[in-house]
Structures are given as C-alpha cells and as structure tokens.
Design a protein around this ligand. Structure first.
Ligand code: CIR
Length: 263
C-alpha cells in the first residue's frame, strides 16, 4: 500500500501523517515500562490507520519521513491546526525538537498561516484539545506555562477561549480525554486530575477508550483495545471504526497522535 500525494482539491478533508522511524523502539516513555516493539507490525498498523482515514474520505498528506527521530510518527505533537491557522509546537522533550521543521514545511505547502511557539515556551500538540471555540491545553511534563501563554496570545484575538488543564497522571491531555463529535468530553476517570473543568464529561470504561478521532459528525475512529468504550459510543448513535495500534500504544501513543486533521 502507498500513501497518496498531497491533494490539490482544497475542499477535500486532509490529514497529515508521518511514516514510523526505523528507531521507533527508542521512543520516549514516561508513565509506562518499555516493552519490545515489532517494527514490521508497527509499519503494518500505520498503513492500516492511514487506510482507515482514506476510507472515511480523508486525503492523507505525508510529512517528509524522519527515519532517525524515534517519535516522529506522532505527528500530532509537532503542529496544531485551527482552521487555516497552523501553530508549530515546541516539543517538551529534547529528543523531539527536530520533528517540527518538516511539519512546518508541510503546513506551509498547504498554504496555511504559520505561527511558531518559541523557547522558553514548550508545548506538545497532544496537550491541545479543541471543542468548538474552546481550546483545552494540558499543563503537563511537556507543556509549560509559557507555552500556554504563547498559544493563548495567538488564539484569543481570534475568538478562541484557551482553558488550561493540569495533567499529572498521563503524558498528554489527549492521553486522558478527547471529545465526541457532539462536544462531550470523554475520558478514563483514573487518568484525569479533575473532570469538573469540562462542562459535559462522560467517563469511559477503558484507558485506551479515551482517544477518538472524529472522522465526520457521525463517525469516530478509535483503538481496537477498548471494545467496551466502542460499544458505549455505538450506543450513543455513532459509527465506530477501530484500528489496532498496539505498537504505538506501547510508546504512550494513541489514535489521535498519528495524524493532524486539517479542518
Ligand atoms: C512521547 O513520549 O513523546 C511519545 N513516545 C508518545 C507521544 C504520543 N503523542 C500524543 O499523545 N499526542
């Protein structure tokens, strides 16, 4: 299988993706213990993920691969999109700082307006959850107060409200919570410091059930490791598409981190 070239049809839905690095197994780990990564399986799972996006009508745009940057497959952390505005992140982990250059080139090629976060600010895209015009930002090990301040300065004049959320039990905000198409924030309760910051919060029964990618207003993409959460979402009237991303979950990755949706 191969990944399609950048779409010329600006009306189409597009998603940035980035091939797994050859040293994927050396990716950062913070909250879980290292277990062996099967690289061939990771490549297969990545193609399956890309195929699921394509089947749902998304054109995938491949960011130039970085074979030596172990966490580069987690492209969501490198750049955050708000309509036609792109904010290039400043990764909190030193080993990940080199990932943003090609991500920036990719969003420039799409014609988006580009802002860049600067040190001493740090912010990973995995800490940013958009729900309508509200932007929740995790204050985590990776994202600091100055990073949040810079993002707020970019977004508030554009009519977004930035809500900072303390995160101490997981890597990123979106490891703990994401949102259904109707804006309900979903999360695994033991991973969240304080769910009362979210106006509509629905607990899910499994840690891998916290992450959904909204494919369209009626469809979500999620990990196959959370069947009870999938049943919960199906019961709420959503079509649920599942993918096996076990090799990425071993590196604290989830279904959202493997792409950046342009919308
Ligand atoms: C890291 O620690 O940075 C990677 N191993 C995992 C990044 C996952 N990204 C995300 O949740 N957005």
């Amino acid at each position: 299988a191969s990944v399609s070239a950048p779409a010329s049809d600006a009306a189409g839905r597009r998603a940035l993706v980035r091939r797994p690095a050859r040293n994927l197994a050396e990716g950062q780990l913070t909250h879980i213990e290292r277990s062996p990564i099967d690289l061939a399986r990771a490549d297969e799972q990545w193609l399956g993920y890309v195929a699921a996006l394509a089947a749902a009508g998304w054109d995938t745009v491949e960011v130039e691969p970085a074979p030596d940057l172990p966490d580069s497959v987690f492209i969501e952390d490198a750049v955050i999109l708000f309509g036609d505005l792109a904010v290039v992140a400043k990764p909190g982990a030193l080993s990940r700082r080199g990932e943003t250059e090609a991500a920036e080139a990719a969003v420039r090629a799409l014609g988006l307006t580009v802002y860049r976060l600067e040190l001493p600010g740090t912010l990973d895209g995995g800490d940013v959850l958009k729900v309508g015009r509200t932007v929740y930002v995790g204050r985590s090990l990776r994202t600091n107060a100055e990073g949040i301040r810079q993002l707020r300065a970019i977004l508030e004049p554009r009519g977004y409200t930035v809500v900072a959320v303390p995160i101490t039990k997981v890597l990123h905000l979106k490891t703990a919570v994401t949102a259904l198409p109707d804006g309900t924030v979903i999360g695994y309760r033991p991973l969240i410091d304080d769910p009362s910051v979210f106006p509509r919060f629905l607990p899910v029964p499994e840690p891998e059930g916290t992450a959904v990618v909204v494919l369209d207003p009626g469809t979500v993409l999620m990990s196959s490791a959370a069947p009870r959460s999938a049943a919960l979402f199906a019961g709420l009237g959503y079509q649920v598409i599942t993918v096996d991303i076990s090799e990425f979950e071993k590196l604290e990755g989830c279904v959202t981190c493997l792409s950046v949706r342009v919308r």
